[in-house]
Design a protein around this ligand. Structure first.
Ligand code: ADE
Length: 225
């Protein structure tokens, strides 16, 4: 997979890709991540990337020209499966969407800023609009990081124990069951007996029951899906 992120703030994006699973995935060649600074694509002398809204109103709007030129440059090099715009009014990201998108070859993620982008960008270039939740961030960069992480860890081979992605919360519309590690007794707080029993079938049944219970209590909406 190749992810091209178009941004006004590349410095905000770097460090999450330089640690943990995303770094390992990049180092092992499972994914390439490239940042493109929109300011490098402006054709005006001031290098400005935004302007006032037609019709008046508070807040600046990102210009179409640098976005058009950046996307055109990327498309001249390869074809893209999706051109994604991070925006609070997009479709809310969930595990199902992450699963689907993790098998794509090349994607572009456009990060918005200020009030957002000129509507013509959305009408003519964007193929998918994604929100990471019902709150407004200062820009799309944090959303782009969240989306990239959710996708990258699902690429086969990225996680050393492949089954660990399969048992993640949400993977079957269920939350994960509780997990424990040593010591089996800490200050009298004991690990459930069944997990120490060595009885694989019973353990599996317990985990299924707990996942269901946990989901019923916290996210009953998932069980309706
Ligand atoms: N940009 C600003 N707020 C956002 C959100 N909630 N999700 C994705 N991108 C955003």
């Amino acid at each position: 997979m190749r992810i091209d992120i178009i941004t006004l703030l590349p410095e905000l994006l770097k460090s999450p890709f330089e640690a943990s699973i995303m770094k390992r995935a990049i180092d092992k060649g499972f994914v390439e991540v490239h940042f493109h600074n929109l300011r490098d694509y402006t054709t005006n002398k001031q290098k400005s990337v935004d302007d006032y809204q037609f019709g008046g109103g508070a807040g600046m709007v990102m210009n179409i020209q640098p976005i058009d030129d950046c996307i055109a440059f990327l498309k001249s090099e390869r074809s893209y499966d999706e051109i994604i715009y991070m925006t609070p009014d997009g479709e809310t990201l969930n595990q199902g969407m992450a699963n689907q998108m993790s098998s794509l070859e090349n994607i572009i993620i456009l990060c918005g800023h200020y009030k957002g982008v000129d509507q013509r960008v959305r009408d003519h270039f964007i193929t998918k609009e994604i929100s990471i939740g019902d709150y407004v961030l200062s820009g799309g960069e944090l959303g782009a990081i969240v989306l990239s992480d959710a996708l990258i860890r699902l690429i086969p081979g990225v996680l050393s124990d492949e089954t660990s992605a399969l048992t993640d919360s949400f993977q079957d519309n269920l939350l994960s069951p509780p997990i424990y590690t040593r010591p089996a007794d800490y200050k009298g707080w004991k690990v459930p007996e069944v997990l120490l029993s060595g009885h694989a079938k019973k353990i599996e049944q317990w985990r299924e029951d707990m996942a269901f219970e946990h989901t019923k209590n916290r996210r009953p909406d998932l069980l309706d899906k």
